[in-house]
Design a protein around this ligand. Structure first.
Ligand SMILES: Cc1cc2nc3c(=O)[nH]c(=O)nc-3n(C[C@H](O)[C@H](O)[C@H](O)COP(=O)(O)OP(=O)(O)OC[C@H]3O[C@@H](n4cnc5c(N)ncnc54)[C@H](O)[C@@H]3O)c2cc1C
Length: 432
């Protein structure tokens, strides 16, 4: 049996669901196919969902700041109810402890992000549980120098009041699903795509694991950490200068220090001196993730269905002990607790939002641990890109540009091209 769809989106994570909504609003009949049982059950479900604006590039900061305005008015953007309620933006502000580049304030000002410089006195007053020291260079706890008393105080502390996090990334994806369905989109769960069918240079559709074929002139790869598997099915990898692969990540959960309600009074913190980030979590706890320091091993995963899903004592110690450098009174539980999931990392840690060499086959991949926050705008830019290319526009020679509704900036989608040279200005880490 062969069914037909106008657009097939492989994946119903935050990226695939956001693309569905924006395409549906532009009149396309979309079908998301996901092998998991519900929207946002893949890597999105384990996202820390932090929203911050300090990227190493103007484009990275600009898309993040535009996206913030969507989260801030999430229900207005969706414009439809959800029986499960709505994800909530928790605007704690984001603190950057010793921002790595002196150009960051200039970049933030240029993008229009409000920020304040904090001196040690302000840091002490606002977050009394924080150490005021610089712990760089970041070390592992088994390094003899890890416990040496720090010598330098923090000197480049910056606070962006608009930063924060989404309290439930899976629910945010469900919200997008409901809004897309209201516009006629369909979602198929527990269904795996095993083949991308093509005729010469044109995509024809997909084949499912049960043998069923669904034809469509447009297929979008939004398969998250499985993006390279899907690209190989489509035979498009050789036409890409930038490729993607899956990287294992742990995020840990620890209680707040006694006497401080971090859930209520804590904030998103990106600490470049300990190479960790952390944010408040329910139950007066703290989530702590890694900013990928060079001293930590990078665990690239050959096949994204097969990796160690248990937290390891070594990485727990690395991340939690580093957090304890910043929060000296942090209670450290005996038993690790946290999650393990995968980033879909591109060669330069900047995503690929693009067409491919196969006509009708599009890429929304390489989200590199930092694109949850940008999903609403990614939905928009992919919808405009697809619409332009399907109407004959040559995006490879004349990149599509989109106007940001809230900030007024113009995003040049050539920045995300599969054909780009590696962007040397990237941090080559989760900070993008
Ligand atoms: C631990 C962690 C922390 C993070 N923290 C942040 C953060 O603080 N801020 C931020 O902005 N970003 C963060 N990110 C990144 C962000 O969460 C991701 O960029 C985003 O969720 C990726 O969404 P996605 O839709 O591309 O992928 P996914 O959510 O993984 O969705 C892809 C879907 O495709 C489906 N799929 C794959 N192959 C097939 C197939 N063959 N057939 C059918 N279905 C298929 C999968 O089942 C999956 O549901 C984090 C990521 C992780 C892992």
């Amino acid at each position: 049996m062969t069914r037909k769809a106008e657009v097939i989106i492989i994946g119903a994570g935050i990226i695939g669901a956001a693309i569905a909504l924006e395409l549906a609003r532009n009149g396309y009949k979309t079908l998301n196919i996901d092998k998991l049982p519900a929207a946002g059950y893949g890597s999105t479900s384990n996202s820390s969902a932090c929203v911050r604006f300090h990227y190493s590039t103007w484009d990275g900061s600009a898309i993040a700041f535009e996206s913030y305005h969507y989260w801030k008015r999430w229900e207005d953007y969706l414009d439809v109810g959800d029986e499960r309620g709505f994800a909530r933006y928790v605007e704690t502000g984001c603190l950057v402890l010793d921002y790595p580049s002196i150009k960051l304030p200039i970049l933030l000002a240029d993008v229009g992000v409000d920020f304040e410089y904090w001196d040690i006195e302000t840091l002490r007053k606002n977050i009394p549980i924080y150490s005021e020291f610089d712990f760089s260079p970041t070390k592992r706890p088994d390094d003899d120098r890890f416990f040496d008393p720090p010598e330098r105080k923090l000197s480049r502390v910056l606070f962006t009041p608009s930063g924060g996090y989404l309290n439930d990334p899976q629910l945010a994806t469900h919200n997008l699903q409901r809004a897309a369905e209201e516009k006629g989109s369909k979602f198929l769960f527990n269904t795996e795509v095993v083949e991308i069918r093509r005729k010469e240079l044109q995509v024809l559709g997909v084949t499912l694991k049960n043998g069923e074929r669904i034809d469509a002139p447009v297929v979008v790869n939004a398969a998250g950490p499985h993006s390279s598997v899907v690209n190989r099915m489509a035979g498009v990898e050789q036409g890409m200068n930038i490729k993607t692969r899956a990287l294992r990540q742990e995020v840990h959960n620890v209680p707040s220090p006694v006497g401080f309600d971090f859930e209520k009074n804590g904030l998103v913190t990106s600490d470049f001196t300990t190479a960790t980030y952390h944010r408040p979590e329910v139950g007066n706890t703290i989530l702590v993730g890694s900013q990928d320091p060079e001293c930590d091993p990078r665990i690239w995963v050959e096949h994204p269905d097969n990796f160690n899903r248990q937290t390891t004592t070594a990485q727990w110690k690395a991340q939690v002990y580093r957090l304890a450098q910043r929060i000296p009174n942090l209670p450290i539980p005996n038993k690790p607790s946290g999650i393990v999931d995968l980033y879909d990392v591109s060669d330069d840690w900047i995503p690929i939002y693009d067409r491919s060499d196969l006509e009708g086959f599009y890429l929304a991949i390489g989200t590199s641990g930092n694109q949850f926050k940008n999903a609403p705008v990614v939905g928009k830019l992919m919808a405009e890109l697809i619409h332009a290319c399907e109407n004959g526009h040559d995006h490879d020679t004349d990149a599509v540009k989109i106007a940001c509704r809230h900030t007024g900036h113009v995003l040049n989608l050539g920045f995300y091209s599969r054909l780009r040279e590696i962007r040397s200005e990237s941090s080559f880490s989760v900070t993008g």
